[in-house]
Design a protein around this ligand. Sequence first.
Ligand code: ZN
Length: 420
Amino acid sequence: MCPSDTPSTKRSSRLVAPILVDSGEAEIMRALRRQGRISRGEVSSITGWSKAKASQEIRSLINKGYLVEVGEGASLGGRKPRLLRINSGLGYIAGIDIGATSLEIALADVTGSIVQRRSEATDVRLMPEAVLGRCTQLLFELLHLQNGEPDQLLGIGVGVPGPVDFSRGVLVAPPLMPDWENFRIRDFVKDSFPAAFVVVDNDVNIMALGEQRAGDAANIDHFIFVKIGTGIGAGIISNGRIHRGRDGCAGDIGHICVDKNGPLCACGNTGCLEAMAAGPAIASKATEAARSGGSPILAQMMEVNGGTLRPEDVNAACREGDQASLDIIRASGRMVGDVLAGLVNFFNPSHVFIGGGIANFGNHLLVAIRSAVLQRSLPLATTHLTIQYSRTGSDAGVTGAIALALEYLFAIEDQPHMLI
Ligand SMILES: [Zn+2]
């Protein structure tokens, strides 16, 4: 659902894509978004238009300043064709990726190339005005560094770590950040940048978009991006587009029950995947192993760390050959894999990408996930299935937030909800 057709508030109903084009122009812009650069001849073959009609539409887009001619493509025998691309000088797009403990902010041109970026520590348990106020302040600074004006910022994508009601741009019952409940994130950001289209989504959906834009999923139409960190969640790309479901919470796999008798989860239920297998569960099992004498290495690390253990300590101990750490990591991988097996049967993706803070845990975790999926999924669903770590690292979120905002940059003028 497009935010522009939500009936929520007067202010939200004004939200339409910043750049409106007619349906003919839309076909060209759509091809350019996918391919980056195309020749005039390709416009005719993609659209089926005559050369004259293609020239007329291209001229109109160039006159409006939306397209520019750049360089020359490879010759197919005759004169080298001039190439067209979206005018990167149209304005700026921003991506804001708010994590539990960090902010990533980037400014890009309208082709998605990042021109400025900043990251810093934060604490999302603070009031939303403080965190978002800092984000908008950083955006003003990045624009200033580019000699840009606030009204040149055309779109802002915001990723937040919790369940987002996508049509309203608010978090609903976010376990990590209760003070953000129903806070109008979109309106708050838009107050500072009235010219921009602001769109808010959860952190895992934007990571899936980032994988599609800058990672290994550029041409993959059916995949799941699983984030394993403080929590566990998934972003689902179906037919090349993000699948959010009716209310925006599709992919919230962290609260699928793994063991009804398991520990209490932040959501109030017991034995959720997140409570059993995510970073805090790994750290707490490691603490237990250190205290019970099951792992001298972990006990030593805990002493050095002042009585606490982090998931990365478990990974480090595992690399040192610690059996207890290996068992903890394998158990997490198996639980994630068991849940993924159900998702693979249900959705039949061609790829599963594993990202988040646990994504640098090496082969043991990945092998445990893979073998659980292969053991429990239908043979047909796994014939062409690849399960791999995401290689986008900490860039996935901010790149995806930019990709999200770019989706809302252009729309068709008589149907402003029809995104290009
Ligand atoms: Zn739960």
